[in-house]
Write a protein that binds this ligand. Structure first.
Ligand SMILES: *Cc1c(COP(=O)(O)O)cnc(C)c1O
Length: 367
């Protein structure tokens, strides 16, 4: 079999090896079915069971209360930017957005097409084309409208490497979260949210499927005038099967959630994620300024570790050398440069330790 390397890509991203091997084993013919998951009907009993297990896996891992629907939709997290606004903004047509990075700005852009957006906080700094984010706002910085249709925030800022330590307090206003890059990284209290959505390709599966967890009372906001496929109420009434869903993506989510449940669930995952991030951030902090973390310390992400070297030339040299040494995906997002190590759930501790050893060695030779 082909040898695997360490995958630090931001998304699509690393999946558990066990899951890939199981999918490989079953890809030719599902046990007892004689056909591949790629070949079976989304209305078959076999797929019904896979779909139910994927939902059950999410429900168990996150302790999702019974008054929430779990949907698997398409169009990525980016289509949710539109669907959230189209479904949940009416009738007041005003919503609060907390801006902590590029993805929250994109979410706001779509909401502005539907109604009035109040920027409850923005941590953007810099001027012109040198604008950036490096921190999460404090609760005291939020200027919330108690009459807003909802408050939207991004729990983990994939590009800048910042992350909320806990949800913003928003009183009785429904809280909506884009959790694309940190869903399932730790236990959360779902009852604090009206809706959570996440593109699967960072932490729970392949691209092409987006997880939506929505409190059932929110479905009543979806108006009949909405296009069918953009209507949460219709998607929920049809159990995500109004049209053909991403059957393969849902199958992989089933395997990933089963893998997590068999390996200690989200408490265990959180413990491992904290440990991995600590190893990497300690390496940055102990490098005498050679490796400089981008995010403010109290806003650091456990999922995406962003940093710089003294010069862009050294950054390029390190990236080139890590590629040769078997690490993929360390280059920062094209909009911000620098380096980014995405160490999602499925990235192993051993990989972080080997990366740090490599970086220490690189510093000795080039520092
Ligand atoms: C990757 C990402 C998105 C975009 O996801 P798509 O599925 O490509 O639309 C949105 N929000 C966050 C936080 C992301 O990390």
């Amino acid at each position: 079999m082909e040898k695997r390397i360490y995958n630090l890509n931001a998304g699509p991203a690393v999946l558990p090896e066990e899951v890939l091997l199981e999918a490989q084993k079953e890809l030719f013919a599902l046990p007892g079915v004689g056909m591949s998951i790629l070949e079976i009907s989304h209305r078959s009993k076999t797929f019904d069971a896979i779909h139910a297990e994927a939902k059950e896996g999410i429900k168990k891992l996150l302790n999702v209360p019974d008054d929430y629907s779990i949907l698997f939709l398409q169009g990525g997290a980016s289509l949710q930017f539109s669907m959230v606004a189209l479904n949940l903004m009416p009738p007041k047509n005003k919503a609060d957005y907390i801006l902590t990075g590029s993805w929250s700005k994109k979410a706001m852009k779509e909401a502005k097409r539907v109604g009035t957006v109040n920027i409850a906080a923005s941590t953007e700094e810099g001027e012109g084309d040198k604008k950036y984010f490096k921190r999460i706002p404090k609760q005291s910085e939020l200027k919330l409208d108690p009459d807003a249709s909802y408050v939207h925030f991004t729990s983990n800022n994939t590009i800048y490497g910042t992350q909320w330590k806990s949800e913003p307090q928003v009183g009785n206003v429904p809280l909506v979260c884009d959790a694309s890059s940190d869903i399932l990284y730790k236990p959360i209290d779902v009852s604090k949210y009206a809706m959570i959505y996440a593109g699967a390709q960072k932490n729970i599966g392949p691209s092409g499927v987006v997880l939506v967890i929505i409190r059932k009372d929110m479905l009543e906001r979806s108006q009949d005038s909405l296009h069918t496929m953009l209507n949460y109420k219709i998607q929920a009434e049809n159990d995500s099967l109004y049209n053909t869903p991403n059957t393969f993506g849902i199958y992989i989510i089933k395997l990933v959630t089963k893998h997590l449940l068999n390996n200690g669930g989200l408490d265990k995952m959180y413990e491992i994620n904290k440990k991995k991030a600590e190893i990497l951030y300690n390496a940055l902090d102990n490098s005498g300024g050679f490796y400089k973390g981008h995010a403010d310390k109290d806003s650091r992400s456990l999922m995406n570790v962003t940093f710089n070297l003294p010069t862009p030339e050294l950054e390029k040299k390190l990236i080139d050398e890590t590629v040769k040494a078997g690490f993929a995906g360390l280059k920062g997002h094209r909009s911000v440069g620098g380096l980014r190590a995405s160490i999602y759930n499925a990235f192993p501790i051993k990989g972080v330790e080997e990366l740090v050893a490599f970086m220490n060695d690189f510093q000795k030779k080039n520092g």
